[in-house]
Design a protein around this ligand. Structure first.
Ligand SMILES: N[C@@H](CCC(=O)N[C@@H](CS)C(=O)NCC(=O)O)C(=O)O
Length: 230
């Protein structure tokens, strides 16, 4: 049995859960107790202290990309890694776009713009029930602001962030013009990485508005939801 160690609010967790469901693998979920991470309780499954991570028999794997590659090698099932070299590379590049670029936009808009954070706060409160919500909100804004400022998106004026996200959604729309999936003719790791960030982004009213100006993205979301539910 596979155990998924997760923060339920993390887009990377959604990506992995979708991969497990797509492959039809049984798994149990362990919601990570945030305060225990710093105390070292999860070192055995995630030495980096980042989640998701899985325990699969005697093997611990952390990082969503490595987890999906591990599932592919150890369990087979419908493949998430395109077989051709070019499509494999493309899926990798699109996955990294989602994980390493879109992620910072979703954090900025969902977790530091107060009018959007209110919509996400209840879910965070479930994993930290002992912290009163106003205090939790301050903690989330402070911790996320530090991250996004160091990375750079957090230093941009809001209008520029909104314009960047518009460009990202239009790019996604264009990628879907000629096909049902982001790479080749089957769902892949690229679709799972991108949809997870799109869902997190859409907590933000500005991102939802950008989604409304696309034509291919909503039907694609429905297709991914059907093939690989979260
Ligand atoms: N590259 C990692 C990113 C995972 C990640 O950043 N997870 C966040 C939650 S969204 C986390 O664990 N943050 C806790 C921390 O940074 O201490 C992956 O693909 O799994």
């Amino acid at each position: 049995m596979i155990t998924l160690y997760q923060f339920s609010t993390s887009p990377f967790t959604e990506k992995v859960r979708r991969a497990l469901n797509y492959k039809g693998l049984d798994f149990e979920v362990h919601e990570v107790a945030r305060p225990k991470v710093a105390e070292g309780d999860y070192q055995h499954v995630s030495p980096t202290g980042k989640f998701p991570a899985i325990q699969d028999g005697d093997r611990a794997v952390w990082d969503s990309t490595d987890i999906i590659h591990h599932l592919e090698e150890a369990h087979g099932g419908p493949s998430l890694i395109p077989s051709g070299a070019r499509d494999g590379a493309l899926a990798h590049a699109i996955e990294e776009w989602a994980d390493e670029s879109l992620y910072f936009y979703e954090m900025t808009m969902r977790l530091t713009w107060e009018h959007n954070l209110d919509a996400a706060l209840d879910e965070f409160a479930q994993s930290l029930p002992s912290v009163p919500k106003p205090q939790l909100k301050t903690m989330i804004v402070q911790a996320t602001t530090q991250l996004i400022q160091a990375q750079g998106v957090g230093r941009k004026p809001r209008e520029q962030v909104v314009a960047d996200v518009e460009r990202h959604f239009q790019a996604l729309d264009a990628l879907l013009t000629d096909g049902e999936w982001l790479v080749g003719d089957a769902l892949s790791i690229a679709d799972l990485a991108v949809i997870a960030q799109v869902n997190a982004l859409c907590y933000a009213e500005e991102a939802k508005a950008a989604l409304g100006r696309t034509s291919q993205v909503s039907p694609w979301i429905n297709r991914v939801n059907e093939a690989a539910p979260k």
